[in-house]
Design a binder for this molecule. Structure first.
Ligand code: WT7
Length: 632
């Protein structure tokens, strides 16, 4: 297949879980459990869902009206009841839900009882602002328990949260607030990164300008920096909202299919898509996957290093771990500040058992050398998770040896914002192969096919598709059903097209090679080529731009932009800096190109579409491939 350029080294050796792990595995017999989930899905999902609390049980497991699926039909529940009240009622009021740590080692613990109280107060506070079921609330918050409480407060009253990663710029934030038509935006005065305070409130203030449907900004004034006089009927004090509200708040009775949240993610064209997840199926599958992939037990200490602004944070910092009454570590800060051993210091300090991070972070920490992790006692670790992009065997082996000390198992979890939960991964009960994600999880029926939907033989690269609906699948794209339907219509055969290239081996292990479309993966973050291009052309000197991804040892991909200037403008280093600044303002730091090259022409098809593939091949010194459609 022409668009596979990466030579993917594979280590065929199998890495077996240690005996102690096998003994304590929740799932011991993957094959039979998987078989049941496929052959008898109604019974399978019914049993799993029954482990959770429902105000009223469902009548039917699935209604599949291609391409629209509904799960746990007519079931009534509230995800916060399952994440909080259920545990408090079961004698876990004083169990720690989160250990928050920052870069300086400051720590704050929140029990399930305390979290429930904060969530209820905030939920009542939101109600007092007029927020009710179905309203959207944008959340632009640092990676803290206050952010989690904001999400849960929305879910408590049936409001739909839309978390925007606090690293996004004003432009990206505005677009998301505008698209969701959020009634309220919750933010903080700042977030901490590398010992510095990064202001958030000013960004929100600018972003909501002209958006009349935004009725309030609720701000968590972390250090009481704001003057009393700055608060008014528009700018509301988060702390006061909590202090002045009752700690009793009946959970809204939610239908299984009532929306839970919108999360924006990049596509190949146009503005980001608002991926919509609903209550019942998402709750059941994040509960099940957290429990089985991370083998969550009563005393497990779990740490997912993601940010709540991404789907990994939603599913595996907030909903999945809480549904399992887990004790989680959550950190605000970066992995290398104040020193590149900070993560391992916290693993040692909190005796973390399950650690979940991204390959880009592993590759970055690898650079500092194995002497850094060697300084710490990491013997508590049992499971090491990876997510966000393919993990190269080199990084896999480093993680396994230097962090897991060859005693912990590595689980490489493939999934997407759209899938809501893990889809393909190794489980702790069966051997892993470095560089291969593993086998499908329960209820997931993947296939590797060609463009026409024809299944391909083993070890052949093709398109990864999912052949049947699953409980935590996205239900639609907010306001854009046609974009939702595209996932199911891209490849013939009524299958969900993931947009990834993959292959499957004789043992049924799936290897993910990367995106098949014009979507970049920079440090595990999904960025549409088109999004960066349209940000670049916002600079007044730019006529046209084309963006490609280049292999990068640490970030996976780095961004290179080819730019045509308008007549009268002369290429200069100053212009390069200005263009970068424009992208930073429009999209945020993660989307800023590493390289900008000024060109006179861009390769285009006769219909005028930029052939990024040609630019990329040229840049990397590769064969140009089929260029019969090239105009010039
Ligand atoms: C895309 C989804 C899912 C949470 C983080 C990213 C890539 C994700 C893996 C993995 C290889 C992976 C895919 C996918 N991806 N996990 N374990 N191995 N690739 O969520 O932003 O929705 O991106 O990330 O390309 O399609 P996302």
């Amino acid at each position: 297949m022409e668009n596979i350029e990466k030579v993917h080294l594979v280590v065929e050796e199998k890495f077996y879980p240690p005996k102690e792990m096998l003994e304590e595995c929740i799932v011991k017999d993957y094959e039979s459990m998987y078989k049941k989930s496929i052959e008898n899905p109604d019974e399978f999902w019914s049993e799993i869902a029954s482990e959770l609390y429902w105000f009223k049980k469902w009548d039917k497991i699935l209604e599949w009206n291609f391409p629209y699926g509904k799960w746990f039909i007519n079931g009534k529940t509230n995800i916060t009841y399952n994440c909080l009240d259920r545990h408090v009622k079961n004698g876990k009021r004083n169990k720690v839900a989160y250990i928050y740590v920052d870069e300086e080692g400051n720590e704050k613990k929140y029990t399930y009882g305390e979290l429930l109280e904060i969530v209820n107060k905030l939920a009542n506070g939101l109600k007092s602002l007029g927020v009710s079921k179905g309203d959207r609330v944008s959340i632009y918050m640092p990676n803290t328990v206050e952010a989690i409480a904001s999400m849960l407060a929305c879910a408590r009253i049936g409001a739909i949260h839309s978390v925007v990663f606090a690293g996004f710029s004003e432009g990206a934030l505005k677009l998301r607030i505008d698209d969701a038509k959020a009634k309220v935006v919750i933010t903080a005065t700042y977030t901490k990164r590398r010992g510095k305070k990064i202001p958030l409130l000013p960004v929100v203030k600018d972003a909501v300008k002209g958006l009349d449907f935004v009725k309030n900004i609720v701000v968590w004034d972390r250090d009481s920096d704001l003057d009393e006089g700055e608060f008014d009927s528009f700018l509301v004090d988060f702390k006061k909202l909590i202090d002045n509200s009752s700690s009793e708040c009946q959970p809204e009775i939610m239908d299984s299919e009532d929306p839970l949240f919108i999360l924006y993610t990049s596509g190949t064209t146009g503005k980001p898509k608002g991926v919509l997840h609903t209550t019942g199926g998402y709750m059941v599958n994040t509960y099940l996957t957290t429990k089985t992939v991370f083998n969550i037990k009563e005393d497990t200490i779990y740490w997912c290093t993601a940010d709540i602004g991404w789907i990994t944070g939603h599913s595996y910092i907030v909903y999945g771990p809480l549904a399992n009454a887990t004790t989680s570590v959550i950190m605000e800060g970066v992995p290398v500040y104040p020193h590149p051993g900070i993560w391992w210091e916290y693993v040692q300090k909190y005796r973390v058992n399950v650690f979940y991070t991204a390959p880009t972070a592993i590759r970055m920490l690898m650079r500092f050398g194995e002497e850094i992790p060697a300084r710490y006692d990491l013997s508590s670790l049992k499971i090491l998770g990876s997510v966000g992009e393919p993990i190269n065997p080199e990084a896999w082996l480093w993680y396994y040896k230097n962090i897991g000390r060859e005693k912990a198992v590595v689980v490489d979890t493939w999934w997407q914002t759209e899938t809501g939960a893990h889809m393909i991964t190794t489980l702790p009960c069966y051997p892993a192969k470095p560089g291969k994600a593993g086998k499908p999880l329960f209820g997931v029926e993947p296939a590797i096919v060609d463009k026409e939907g024809k299944p391909l033989p083993p070890n052949t690269v093709g398109h990864l598709v999912i052949k049947r609906p699953w409980p935590s699948m996205l239900r639609t794209c907010w306001g854009e059903p046609e974009r939702y339907e595209k996932y199911w219509k891209e490849i013939p055969g009524n299958v969900y097209s993931a947009g990834d290239l993959a292959s499957i081996d004789e043992d049924g292990y799936i290897m993910i090679l990367g995106r098949s479309d014009d979507v970049l993966s920079v440090a595990g973050h999904r960025i549409g080529n088109a999004e960066v291009e349209s940000a670049i052309v916002e600079h007044p000197a730019v006529a046209e731009a084309a963006v490609i991804g280049k292999p990068n040892e640490i970030k996976g991909e780095s961004i290179k932009a080819f730019v045509i200037l308008k007549a009268g403008f002369i290429p200069s280093d100053k212009l390069i800096e200005e263009i970068k600044e424009t992208v930073r303002e429009v999209l945020g730091a993660i989307a800023v190109p590493d390289e900008i090259e000024f060109v006179d022409k861009l390769p285009k098809t006769r219909s005028g579409k930029i052939m990024r593939r040609v630019l990329r091949a040229k840049e990397l010194g590769q064969e140009l491939g089929d260029i019969s459609t090239l105009e010039d």
